[in-house]
Design a binder for this molecule. Structure first.
Ligand code: UT7
Length: 331
């Protein structure tokens, strides 16, 4: 039992911010950003909401799949940057595209969210014969939660969205997901206030393990710790997925990794014993768009002919949580 990607679409907001523009707001420069990360430009929303850019990608994917939107039975959305705690982004996208017969929920696995969503979609398709199509969307407006005074993180992130229409198939498919909550303190973003009018002085304060001095609702990361985790996570996840079906990782034609830092991807390729030529890299143009980065890179690779039908493709990601995961499938 596998999954076929019937259609794909993406959307990036038109506003482009290059490294020179970043150097006008923090003490940085194009040379540092390029050599340390591989990023040259990123897109940022200019008032557009996160659900809206997701809906644009979803419309493109549905059009590309050539299906009736009413045949979508489930919408799964991955985002950490929605402007609402509720409703879900999936519900807002359903409303926007008119997918009135779809159940809707969001998935929270940060930058690994698209891989987690892909695995979840496969399990729904496998267990529900009445389900024809799943729409999986990843949409992120990281500029909403970026600290633009922190040069070590603000230069990394970008905004964008991509979506796929999935259906059942007999083609090759394997997946593996993992997490390490002990690493939660290395990458997080606080949300909302916790107080209410009936709080008492003798309340129990359970420490969350994060840095108490960081109270704002911005992404905090310990770059070095995340870097160390990432270089191990990418090979671990890909190898674990391959191992489940006794597949040689060398038989993967194209890897589409989470686009966080070109040096992380280079090290991961080396650790896997695979040529870097097999890795799709789009972070020079889009930066790190969290869970949207894998499908954005995939869409780009399909549109430019880098990935063709029949190719064995490996999606592999890591992110806050800490989370990691991989799916390997025939496109
Ligand atoms: O989706 C997952 C999210 N996050 C990641 O994947 C991040 C993983 N980590 C990384 O990619 C890297 O750790 C960074 C790109 C964040 C940082 O690169 P690094 O090579 O680990 O740099 P560093 O933190 O060791 O900093 C080296 C120097 C420092 O200066 P000093 O102390 O040596 O004088 C920093 O203050 O570079 C400085 N620096 C900068 N300089 C110019 C940090 N950020 C900048 C900047 N421009 N934007």
């Amino acid at each position: 039992m596998g999954v076929n990607i019937l259609g794909i679409g993406s959307y990036v907001p038109p506003l482009t911010v290059d490294n020179d523009m970043m150097s006008t707001i923090v003490d940085t420069n194009d040379e540092w950003i390029t050599t340390r990360t591989g990023i040259k430009t990123r897109h940022m929303v200019n008032g557009e909401s996160t659900w809206y850019i997701g809906a644009q990608a979803a419309k493109a994917a549905v059009l590309n799949a050539g299906i009736d939107v009413k045949d979508i039975g489930l919408i799964i959305d991955s985002t950490i940057t929605l402007e609402f705690h509720t409703p879900s982004a999936a519900c807002l996208i359903q409303r926007e595209i008119g997918a009135e017969n779809a159940a809707c929920f969001d998935i929270g696995a940060a930058c690994s969210g698209f891989v987690y969503g892909f695995d979840t979609a496969m399990r729904y398709l496998m267990t529900d014969d009445s389900l024809k199509y799943v729409l999986l969307v990843a949409n992120e407006a990281l500029s909403r939660i970026t600290n633009f005074e922190d040069r070590s993180s603000c230069v990394l992130f970008g905004d964008g969205a991509a979506a796929v229409v999935l259906e059942k198939s007999d083609k090759l498919f394997t997946s593996w997901l993992g997490a390490d909550g002990n690493g939660a303190k290395f990458l997080y973003c606080r949300s909302g206030k916790a107080d209410h009018p009936f709080m008492t002085e003798d309340r129990e304060n359970v420490h969350d393990g994060m840095d108490d001095s960081i109270t704002h609702e911005y992404i905090f990361q310990d770059g070095k710790e995340v870097y160390k985790f990432a270089t191990k996570a990418l090979p671990t996840a890909a190898l674990n997925a391959a191992k489940k079906i006794d597949m040689d990782i060398g038989d993967v034609d194209v890897f589409v990794p989470h686009q966080a830092n070109v040096r992380i991807i280079e090290t991961a390729a080396k650790n896997l014993g695979v040529s870097l030529d097999k890795f799709v890299l789009t972070l020079d143009r889009f930066g790190n768009t969290s869970s949207a980065s894998i499908p954005l890179a995939f869409d780009d690779a399909v549109r430019t002919g880098r990935i063709k039908r029949g190719d064995k493709v490996c999606f592999v990601g890591f992110g806050a949580g800490l989370t990691l995961g991989s799916v390997i499938f025939e496109y």
